[in-house]
Design a protein around this ligand. Structure first.
Ligand code: PLP
Length: 351
């Protein structure tokens, strides 16, 4: 029986990428506006002939651009094919203990998949009744800690004091903070890098930088920590980042003005959407991300999810304990949110 000897896993299921032409896509937290025009220019500047050649395995151009933008040193930056690739490499590198790693029960649903894939023991810690993490849950012995801040799918961000408290209690394990949504108003753990050698801060171009399609993620840590991560990456696949992604990434990071302006635009739309949803009878934890995790006072989330889908409006619904009456709604353009809100208003009235 050859099947006894293979690695059998239950894969992560990403949000739907519907083919539907006139859809409104608010289900996978992509950015609603295109990336900086400088990205297009950079892509056009990649010569056809250069594609014959392998890219730079150390990805120095992109790492240096990130180091400059975030005022850290080149050796403190790691890059990968989306933050999923960065985090998978981090699991493989840093979570190598018999003791379980810890993460929240309601969180990014890829963590348990990687843990299973790499045979890493894990324990989940229940969020409190307001969907906040309890710092005391992370004081017990463990083989590592990971959580998103802001958390997904709740949108709730914890402050720097909270993260520092967890670091202070865990000098013997690596603490990974997944900051996929931090640019929309969260507190980044970056200022703690100098003080804690066991901290890895992971970010991505997929949400706030409008480049989910290019697959670029990155992480910051101290040089020793990043050195261990690179050793594993170079033992697995040297050429992960292709030439076009590197060029696009550099141009994107260098256009900070466009980045800040567009992120602010999404934040403004989010705040307006919060008010409108409240008026329609929804409630939600206060989001500092580019999505809202909303529940309605009388109409079940699953019903709304299906009705929205019929109307070609795609949001995310998780049929899981504790969160099966919530919808995760990505902040789209103002026009998209208006269509969503108008549909909900009509639907709720007509019901
Ligand atoms: C979207 C997301 C990621 C992965 O994004 P990439 O596209 O792989 O960079 C990682 N963590 C969280 C919490 C996310 O929501």
């Amino acid at each position: 029986m050859w099947e006894q000897n293979i690695r059998q896993v239950v894969p992560y299921v990403p949000g739907e990428q519907p083919k539907d032409e006139n859809k409104i896509k608010l289900n996978t937290n992509e950015f609603p506006y295109p990336p900086s025009p400088k990205v297009l220019q950079a892509l056009q500047d990649v010569s056809l002939d250069s594609l014959r050649l392998y890219p730079d395995p150390a990805v120095v151009d992109l790492r240096q651009a990130l180091a400059d933008a975030y005022q850290v040193e080149l050796e403190q930056v790691f890059v990968g094919v989306g933050s999923d690739d960065v985090i998978a490499n981090a699991f493989l590198t840093f979570f190598h203990s018999e003791k379980p790693i810890l993460f929240p029960d309601i969180t990014y649903s890829f963590y348990d998949v990687w843990a299973d894939l790499f045979r890493i023991p894990y324990k989940t810690k229940a969020l409190d009744e307001n969907f906040h993490m309890r710092k005391e849950d992370y004081y017990e012995e463990n083989g590592g800690i990971i959580f998103p801040n802001p958390n997904a799918p709740t949108g709730i961000g914890e402050g720097l004091g909270f993260i520092e408290d967890i670091l202070q209690h865990n000098p013997n394990s690596v603490v990974i903070v997944d900051e996929a949504y931090v640019d929309f108003g969260g507190s980044s753990a970056l200022p703690l890098l100098e003080k804690y050698e066991n901290l890895l801060v992971v970010q991505t171009f997929s949400k706030s930088r409008a480049l989910a399609g290019m697959r670029i993620g990155y992480a910051f840590g101290n040089k020793k920590l990043i050195g261990y991560l690179n050793a594993v990456k170079f033992s697995f696949n040297s050429y992960t980042m292709n030439r076009t992604s590197i060029a696009a990434g550099v141009a994107c990071v260098q256009d900070n003005r466009y980045f800040e302006e567009m992120v602010q635009k999404v934040i403004t739309t989010r705040e307006r959407t919060k008010k409108a949803l409240q008026e329609l009878g929804f409630s939600f934890p206060d989001s500092t991300s580019n999505f809202i995790f909303a529940t309605h006072k009388s109409v079940p989330a699953e019903e709304l999810f299906e009705a929205l889908k019929q109307a070609h409006i795609y949001v995310r619904y998780f049929k899981k304990p504790r969160i099966d009456n919530y919808l995760r709604i990505t902040i789209g353009t103002d026009a998209e949110m208006d269509t969503l809100l108008a549909f909900l208003e009509t639907y709720l009235k007509g019901r």
